[in-house]
Structures are given as C-alpha cells and as structure tokens.
Design a protein around this ligand. Structure first.
Ligand code: ADP
Ligand code: TPW
Ligand code: MG
Length: 579
C-alpha cells in the first residue's frame, strides 16, 4: 500500500486503510530475522502454512520435515551447536504434541530451542466448544519446558519473541514454548508502530561471572588433591570455551574424563584423556571437578560402587540449583563456563604443581592396558560382522575425517560406538543425551548438516533408525551430505529372540536380512550393502566422498548384541522368569 503523505497523518479524516499497515505474519518474520533466526524447522498446515511460505519468501530457510518430532530434534540440536535457540514450527494440537517430545527432551538436555505452534481460537478452546484441533496447548506445554508464552496481540510480538529467546538461551539453556493463536497472524496494525514494537535483543545470554571466593575455594580444593579428576560434560561443549578449557586442563595436568557429547573438546587421544580408564578414575579419584556435567544416572548419582567412596566435588555450572542435588558439593562454582574457566586460569599462579605422578602413571598404565586389549577386537574380520569389527572401521573413518559430525543412537550400537570411536574436535558427537531417547537420529543429522555445513555420519541401530527413518526423504530433498549407517542386527539388542507361544515373532525382532539401503534409493539417494568390515570401509568412504545423501546397510551378526547394550543393570529382574 502506498504510504500516506506526512502532512496528512495528523488529519482525522485519514481512514485506517490509508495508513501503511503491517500484520502478525510480517511482524513475526521481521522480529525473528532481526534476531538472527536463519532457519526454521517444521511441518506445514493450518494455521501456519502461509507463515512458512512468507518466511521462506523473505529469506529465512524453512526446512520441512515428515514428522514434527524430527523437526523439533533438529531445532534442539541447532540450538546446541550454535548457542542460538533453534526454532521448530508446528500446527495446532496433534502437530504441537508431536513436537512436544522434542521440546521436553531439549529442556532435559539443556539445549536452547523454541517450539512455536499455531493454535485454535481461544474463545472456543476455553469454552471447550469443539474447535478445529482444539487443545489448551499452553497449559500442556508449561510443565515440560523452561518457559511458555502466548502472544495475543500483534503489538506484543516483539516482546513475545524477546521473552522466548531470552528464556531459551540465558542461564541454563532449555526449551521454550510459544503459542500463536491463528487470529494473531492476520491481525493488522500501523506499520510504523509495528516497526517500533520489534527490536534486536541486547545480550540475550549475559555472561555470569563467578564470585572470587568461589574461584579461590575451587582452586584450594583442587590443590589439596592427591588423585584429582576433571569430568567434562556437554555443558562444557555447549559453552564453546574450547581454548580456555584446553589451557586450564593442560596447565593443571589433571586427567580428564569426557561425557559422551563432551568427547572431542580435547581429542580423545590427548595424553590426559582418561576415557579408556573410566572405572579406575571414578573409583580412585579423591577430588572430582565437574565442568558442565550433572551427577545424574549417567554418573551413578555421584555415589555407590563405581565411585569407590566419599570424595570432594567441585562443580562448575551456570545453574545454582544443580549444586548438592545428589551429593554434597564442597566447592560450588556458579557462572558460565567460559567466565569460570578464565577466572580459574587467572588465579592458578605460575607455580601450579602437576598432580602426583603415582596417580597419573596409574591412569596411564590402565589406559594403555585397556587400549591394548581392545585393539585386536577392533581389527577382527569376523563373518558375520560383529559390532567391534564394524566399529573398528568407523573409528578409522572418523580419524581420517575428524571434521565430520557423528550422530549416534541405538543400544549396543550406541554404547559400543561411544567407547570405541575417538573424537578429535568439539561438538562433533551428537547422541541420545540425558534421556537415552531413540528418534533423534535423522533430525540431528539434518540440522547438523545445515547449521555446520560439515559432512554427517549417522551410526544407527536398526531399531533406533526406525523412529525417524522417514526423514531420509528430507535428507534427499535438501540434498544433504549425510551418510546413514544402519547396524542391522535384525532387532532391538539382538535378532535372535524367539516366541514359543504363537506364530508372532518375539517382540524384540524385526524382519531378517532387511535391506535398508533400498529405502534411500526410492528418493534418489545412494544405497550400499556391506557384510564385512572391508566392504563397510569401502562403502562409507565412497559415501562420504560423494557428499550426497547415502545409506549403508551394515549386516551385523544378530547374535552379537547384549540386552540393553551396556545398561542392562537398569532392567527390573523378574523373580519368576523361567530359564
Ligand atoms: P552430560 O550429560 O554431558 O554429563 P549434562 O547435560 O548432565 O551433561 O550437564 C550439562 C550441565 O551444563 C547442566 O547442568 C547445565 O546447567 C550446564 N551448562 C550448560 N551450559 C552452560 C554454560 N554455558 N555455563 C555453565 N554451565 C552450563
Ligand atoms: C523413545 C527403549 C532403548 S534402545 C532401543 C530402544 C527401543 C533400541 C535398541 O535397538 P537398536 O540397537 O537401535 O537396534 P542395537 O544395536 O542394540 O540392536 N523408545 C524411546 N526411547 C527409548 N530409549 C526406548 C524406546 C530403547
Ligand atoms: Mg538392532
């Protein structure tokens, strides 16, 4: 619409139509663009189809998925990789619920994302009069995320987007729900007032500087240690303080243990890395410094047999409420990891003494023994191929292509790959995280390729793959450099269970000898089938060299896996089970 001459603006006879106007659609897009949102991951439908179209027309990359959970997982990992909230866009009720699992998972993992869902008419929803896709989405989302907001008026879009972004990335990052009722999109307001109502957020994730006495206490505790250990968690990888962390660890000389997604902050081949002596360092250490890692089930809550006995904990974390959540933290260091590590480094002094050599020697020797024991298993050429033979090959692939991003899910496929495949660069290993959730594979792979423009290698259990497998069409549609390798052992944990009672297969079994490689060919990608480590190596290398959508069906011995991978101990044991 033509703009109204300035002299006419004050005249009362100007009609609404004569003013230049904007609407909810445009204000939302402008506010997102102003705040550096480059990509939206979602699935179209009422009431957001036009919103996606318009966003795409205005230069935002809109990546359409086949299922909202995968779009949500993509947004979550985009947030983890970039420190900016990933955006997932869904339709109302069912689409919203499909995205909600990913939002809850993002919150659990401390990944910043915003789930934006269109919703139905408030007047009808609140009186429960049966609107199209009626659901009180805001109320349902609230307990499952860090914050939840609804924008009712176009003039509040700027503030609404700011609240959502700040909540997602500041402090402990997490998932935010943003509810946009259908009516908001078409709401019209004066263009000038609209423009003034949106803004670029200043410093959305402010630095949180630790208190000097907390820094001192942490250093004193560390100095007093005879057998110190540092545990790096995915919060440390998220913080992107790679240089500071390396400098701190190398100056301290302390052995470090990376949690799964923290692998590669320093290379797994670093002399101080004690991943291969995990049991020993957990048990024997006397002072443990946690950096961006929680003492949850993945670390046996910080107590019990794996920990050997009571020890002193130092915890570096942005979330004060995390302290003492499982065991006493004698030196809490609350702040963002970049600022905390910088302060620790500044205050260590020139004469920092390395840990006693009997400790570092013991760790080194255990590590060498374990690596030596593993080597022949990884070089095995067994037919049918087992997990170790296949993973030995992939270990070499990643060594030769350290900038590739490794996505990993499954049970045996996850637990064994985590231990066997060394990582060399930060934020290159993306996996099932805190919940051990299946279904992150294709969403993570797609966002990793889009956000980093690096090649992606997804190592997937055949069951795990099934949770998001339809997205291989999305991978082909966007022509992404993703190579999916399916560890096909014809089942969950194993492909050998039997059901004696009926013709039905055991419920952990899949169709034997499936050819997942043929699936991707349906969409124009390239499939490979590998039955030996040598074939697997050739297939993955040629797939990765192509830079194209590829899928490798790796036939694994159905008898090779164990129940629940490495966490079978968490299964409740039936006292009555026969055999
Ligand atoms: P892991 O599973 O690798 O052990 P967790 O997800 O349990 O890691 O822990 C990550 C921790 O990192 C969380 O407690 C979170 O509050 C913290 N965290 C995330 N980002 C930062 C940051 N920038 N600075 C400090 N702590 C952070
Ligand atoms: C959302 C339970 C954990 S691991 C797994 C399931 C179903 C699959 C293991 O089989 P896979 O791996 O992938 O073939 P492998 O190598 O051992 O044969 N639903 C969700 N999350 C989880 N964790 C499960 C179910 C589970
Ligand atoms: Mg399997």
């Amino acid at each position: 619409m033509a703009s109204v001459p300035a002299e006419k603006l004050s005249e009362t006879e100007i009609t609404e139509e004569e003013r230049e106007q904007t609407d909810g659609f445009n204000l939302l897009i402008d506010a997102l663009k102003l705040n550096d949102v480059e990509t939206i991951y979602g699935v179209p439908g009422i009431p957001i189809t036009d919103f996606g179209r318009m966003a795409q027309a205005q230069g935002i990359r809109v990546v359409a998925f086949r299922h909202e959970q995968n779009a949500g997982n993509a947004a979550a990992i985009a947030g983890y990789l970039t420190k900016k909230p990933g955006i997932c866009l869904t339709v109302s009720a069912p689409g919203f619920l499909n995205g909600l699992t990913a939002l809850a998972n993002a919150t659990t993992n401390c990944f910043p994302m915003i789930l934006i869902s269109g919703s139905s008419e408030r007047e009808i929803v609140d009186l429960q009069q049966g609107d199209y896709e009626e659901m009180d989405q805001l109320a349902i989302a609230k307990p499952l995320c860090k914050a939840a907001f609804r924008i009712l008026n176009a003039e509040d879009i700027g503030i609404g987007i700011a609240r959502a972004i700040r909540a997602a990335v500041s402090g402990r990052p997490g998932g935010v729900y943003l509810d946009l009722p259908a009516k908001l999109f078409g709401q019209v307001m004066d263009a000038e007032a609209g423009k003034n109502s949106i803004f670029k957020i200043t410093d959305p994730a402010p630095a949180q500087i630790p208190a000097p006495e907390a820094v001192e206490r942490a250093l004193e505790t560390l100095k007093g240690a005879k057998r110190p250990l540092v545990i790096l968690g995915k919060g440390a990888a998220y913080a992107q303080a790679d240089e500071e962390i390396r400098a701190f660890l190398e100056k301290s000389g302390i052995p470090f243990l990376p949690m799964s997604m923290a692998k590669g902050i320093l290379p797994d081949t670093h002399p101080q890395c004690s991943g291969a002596a995990r049991s020993l360092v957990l048990k024997e250490s006397d002072v443990v410094m946690l950096i961006g890692a929680r003492l949850n089930w993945l670390l046996s809550q910080g107590k019990g047999k794996p920990w050997g006995g009571r020890k002193n904990f130092i915890q570096v974390d942005i979330e004060p409420g995390e302290m003492d959540s499982n065991v006493e933290i004698t030196a809490p260091l609350v702040g963002d990891i970049g600022s905390c590590i910088k302060k620790l480094l500044e205050n260590m002094g020139e004469d920092w003494a390395a840990p006693p050599t009997d400790w570092t020697d013991a760790v080194k020797s255990k590590k060498e023994t374990n690596i030596g024991k593993m080597a022949p298993r990884l070089a095995n050429d067994n037919f049918p191929m087992d997990f170790h033979g296949a993973l030995g090959v992939i270990r070499t692939v990643i060594k030769e292509r350290p900038d590739a991003i490794l996505v990993n899910e499954g049970a045996n496929t996850l637990d064994l790959a985590r231990g066997i495949i060394d990582m060399y660069q930060p934020r290159k290993r993306l996996d099932v995280g805190t919940w051990g959730v299946m279904g992150i594979g294709m969403g993570f792979s797609i966002a990793a390729a889009i956000e980093t423009r690096k090649p992606v290698l997804a190592i997937e259990g055949d069951s795990a793959f099934g949770f998001s497998g339809m997205e291989i069409e999305t991978i082909c549609r966007y022509d992404l450099p993703v190579c999916v390798v399916i560890f096909n052992n014809s089942g969950i944990y194993r492909g050998t269970d039997t059901n004696e009672q009926s013709a039905d297969p055991a419920w952990t079994r899949f169709v034997s000898n499936s050819r997942y490689d043929k699936m991707i060919e349906a969409f124009g990608g390239t499939g490979f089938h590998a039955t030996t480590p040598a074939e697997l190596k050739k297939a993955i290398n040629s797939a990765m060299d192509s830079g194209k959508p590829t899928l490798v069906n790796a036939a694994i011995d159905p008898a090779a896996g164990s129940e629940s991978g490495r966490i079978g101990n968490l299964n409740p044991q039936s006292k009555l089970r026969k055999k």
